[in-house]
Design a protein around this ligand. Structure first.
Ligand code: PBG
Length: 338
């Protein structure tokens, strides 16, 4: 028997008009797929535009209620919070201060929009004076370990602080904790800390496969969290590796992650697809600041159509296997889709 081919097969039959194309469309995109990142800071009346991320702002707490009501009205189910604290210190204490910037923002949002889910990005880089994602090995500083190199991120002391901050965020009303520091044992450590305080119902979305990516560039301006020395390749993944991503995901699943994330998204679609194939947990992908900025920059030059390119990028991230997308395009995309 011969396999039918042209002229028997004509794939264009199913592309002949919009209704036919819609009927056979395999992937769909909806505002319910999005998680919108928000940058919150101290002060009043502040709506600071982030230069490298058109249409994105750092907002003070009094500006938040209007923002989250708009997000909810657009049908977006969740926001994720990044805080810019008034004071930074060696251990990022603002992150576990009940009156710190993110716990305060969580309370404001839960009051304004109780049904909007609040994810708390659980990491220390925005709160430490050295800009790294946890406690750093420095002579004279807490937890100094002479056996480890200077400047090394101290894993286990960081775990304790992650647990402590997660409990504070849960007490403030966070619905989901999203550890993003690529600290070994972070999911298990946070699970244990939450459970010990009775927060057994709070899910963990782990940034399980997070790469040491240059595409985070604009975020450093947005969150004022660039490392003061070195980079994050001691703890985030090497862009060259994909088997290692599956190992990272396996560890986080074993530690109790409820959802897993791959980050960035578009240059890492192969990773999203591989994770989707191997795991049954919900998979999120983070379309990061640099991906957003690139599309905007090209559109500003007249080289790309902003709306169509942004929607295509989001559709492709879903097609690769993401159930949810963290994206700065969330609000615009929700408007474009109606
Ligand atoms: C914190 C964190 C970063 C991003 C999200 N959480 C920065 C980093 O790891 O350097 C990047 C998000 C973006 O670029 O949009 N660890």
């Amino acid at each position: 028997m011969t396999t039918p081919t042209f002229p028997t097969l004509r794939p264009r039959r199913l592309r002949q008009n919009a209704t036919m194309r819609r009927m056979v469309q395999e992937t769909t995109l909806s505002p319910a797929d999005f998680i919108y990142p928000l940058f919150v800071r101290t002060g009043t009346g502040i709506k600071n535009p982030i230069g490298s991320m058109p249409g994105q702002f750092q907002l003070s707490l009094d500006m938040l209620a209007a923002e989250v009501k708009e997000v909810q009205t657009l049908g977006i189910p969740a926001v994720i919070l990044f805080g810019i604290p008034a004071q930074k210190d060696a251990c990022g204490s603002d992150n576990y201060d009940p009156h710190g910037i993110v716990p305060s923002a969580i309370r404001v949002i839960k009051e304004a929009t109780p049904d909007l889910l609040v994810l708390s990005d659980m990491c220390f880089c925005e709160y430490t004076d050295h800009g790294h994602c946890g406690v750093i090995n420095q002579p004279g500083a807490d937890h100094y370990n002479a056996s480890l190199p200077e400047g090394y991120l101290l894993n286990d002391p960081t775990l304790e602080l992650l647990g402590r901050a997660s409990v504070v965020h849960a007490q403030a009303g966070a619905d989901i904790i999203a550890p993003s520091g690529m600290i070994d044992g972070m999911v298990g450590g946070i699970r244990q800390a939450l459970d010990a305080e009775g927060f057994t119902h709070i899910p963990i979305m782990s940034y399980a496969a997070k790469y040491a990516s240059n595409f985070y560039g604009p975020f450093r301006e947005a969150a004022e969290g660039a490392p003061s020395f070195g980079d994050r390749s001691q703890y985030q993944m090497d862009p060259a590796n994909s088997r290692e991503a599956l190992k990272e995901v396996a560890i986080d699943v074993a530690e109790g992650a409820d959802m897993i994330m791959v980050k960035p998204a578009m240059p890492y679609l192969d990773i999203i697809a591989a994770v989707r194939r191997q795991y049954s947990l919900p998979v999120a992908a983070y379309q990061v600041s640099g991906e957003f900025a690139m599309i905007h920059a090209a559109a500003a030059n007249g080289w790309l159509n902003l709306e169509k390119s942004a929607l295509e990028s989001l559709m492709c991230i879903k097609r690769a296997g993401a159930d949810m997308i963290l994206t700065y395009f969330a609000k615009d995309a929700a408007r474009w889709m109606v």
